[in-house]
Design a protein around this ligand. Structure first.
Ligand SMILES: [Zn+2]
Length: 423
């Protein structure tokens, strides 16, 4: 069987795999919401002052994020769809002999660096807005350190993926797609597994929640839920933000439930418990593992699609690279990845919103306390200055969670369906 034919078959199998995971394991029907009677209405739960503050933050920060995205795509296009990127790659690797490894590693660093510098003013403006609204507490020194660390981690990962891609092409010209797809998929799995122990500590310190009534209540809640949890970690989020949050990361032996110190220090135990009940939903449904599996199969499929498209040369010849194997095509590969990420963003957001809605229903079922759930959503909405009345397009594109108002309506529906006195 020819290599292209095998690649096509593998691609189809991988895409079917992604489709099966998305259709079967993503909770598309979030029960039990057969009533649907509670109409999302922001004015019911928030004061006009709270609503106008929310609208003011969104109006300051969302156009900025959009401009930043547009600039980063334009820069990636300029570097990937013209000969500029290839010239830069040749120039930066030349002093070191111009070998392919240097071209790939320094090329990744410099091309990503140009993109980072071009969007830096937007990041700085965004930070100044968050500071003005009292959400960010980190100061410019810590901001700069965070930006530098995120960039270093991002470039390191990009360079690693690119070395895998171009290295496989050179070592196995006919079967490189199979090698690269396997390695990239493995990197996604290992990366997600190690994320809590490798990446998160670069930004925050985590400590076990001290012995207290709250701690034992949270562990009791997990036990009642049948989720194996032997610790709850508290992150020193207050160094950076006043916002409230909690999350689950890792899987298997690295799985952890983390709550922000801002949450524990300022909210009632009942609110914290309801938030942790939502996180237990993620843990119980293995949502991190599901996301990792979809990501790994998707990444492998992307590598193979790249191999199959590489025979299509009009774009490649624009860059001045002789073939895909030539590391000077790196700018084009980075542009295609950025464009694909943009196109997939609404799908990713939709899947994420379904998973989050399911975790909300899990929390309601576990606590059977919709009044506290609504209070929790109100507190998160106010403290995090959530976008309470989002623009539909923005929502569709970038909301990883249902909106605050939708989540409150869900709790009211849940109360009605389960005949718990409606809050
Ligand atoms: Zn969640």
């Amino acid at each position: 069987m020819g290599s292209r034919r095998a690649a096509w078959i593998t691609l189809v199998v991988l895409l079917i795999g992604v489709l099966v995971l998305v259709v079967v394991l993503v909770p598309w029907r979030v029960a039990p919401l057969s009533v649907g009677g509670a109409v999302p209405d922001a004015t019911r739960d928030f004061t006009p002052a709270e609503l106008s503050r929310s609208a003011a933050l969104a109006a300051s920060i969302q156009p900025n994020a959009l401009f930043s995205l547009a600039v980063s795509l334009l820069v990636a296009a300029a570097l990937g769809l013209t000969a500029i990127g290839a010239k830069i790659i040749t120039a930066v690797a030349a002093p070191l002999g111009g070998g392919w490894v240097w071209q790939v590693m320094l090329g990744s660093l410099v091309l990503a660096g140009i993109g980072r510098l071009a969007t830096l003013p937007f990041s700085a403006y965004g930070e100044s807005v968050l500071t003005r609204f009292g959400l960010s507490t980190r100061g410019w020194g810590l901001w700069a350190a965070d930006v530098a660390k995120s960039f270093a981690i991002g470039v390191g990962l990009t360079a690693l993926v690119m070395v895998i891609l171009y290295g496989s092409m050179r070592m196995a010209p006919r079967l490189w797609w199979a090698i690269a797809a396997t390695l990239v998929a493995a990197l996604v799995v290992v990366g997600s597994f190690l994320y809590p122990v490798l990446i998160e500590p670069a930004f925050n310190r985590f400590e076990s929640m001290p012995q207290s009534q709250l701690r034992s209540d949270l562990l009791d809640l997990a036990e009642r839920d049948g989720v194996a949890v032997d610790d709850v970690l508290v992150a020193d989020a207050s160094r950076r933000t006043t916002a409230l949050n909690a999350y689950v990361s890792g899987f298997g032996s690295t799985r952890r439930i983390v709550v922000y110190d801002t949450l524990v220090d300022s909210e009632s135990p009942a609110v914290v418990e309801t938030i942790v009940a939502h996180e237990l939903g993620h843990a119980k449904n293995n949502d991190v593992l599901l996301g990792t599996a979809i990501g790994a199969l998707g990444a492998a499929a992307a590598v193979i699609a790249g191999y199959l498209l590489a025979g299509w040369t009009p774009l490649l010849s624009r860059t001045g690279a002789s073939s895909l194997t030539d590391p000077r095509s790196l700018g084009l590969v980075m542009f295609v990845l950025a464009a694909a990420g943009l196109i997939l963003a609404p799908v990713q957001s939709l899947i994420s919103r379904q998973i989050e809605a399911s975790a909300d229903v899990h929390a309601l079922g576990l606590t059977r306390d919709p009044a506290t759930f609504i209070e929790m959503q109100r507190r998160l909405g106010i403290r995090n200055i959530a976008d309470l009345e989002p623009n539909q397009l923005y929502y569709w594109f970038s909301f990883s969670h249902p909106s605050t108002i939708e989540r409150i309506a869900t709790a009211r529906d849940w109360a009605e369906v389960n005949r718990v006195p409606p809050p």
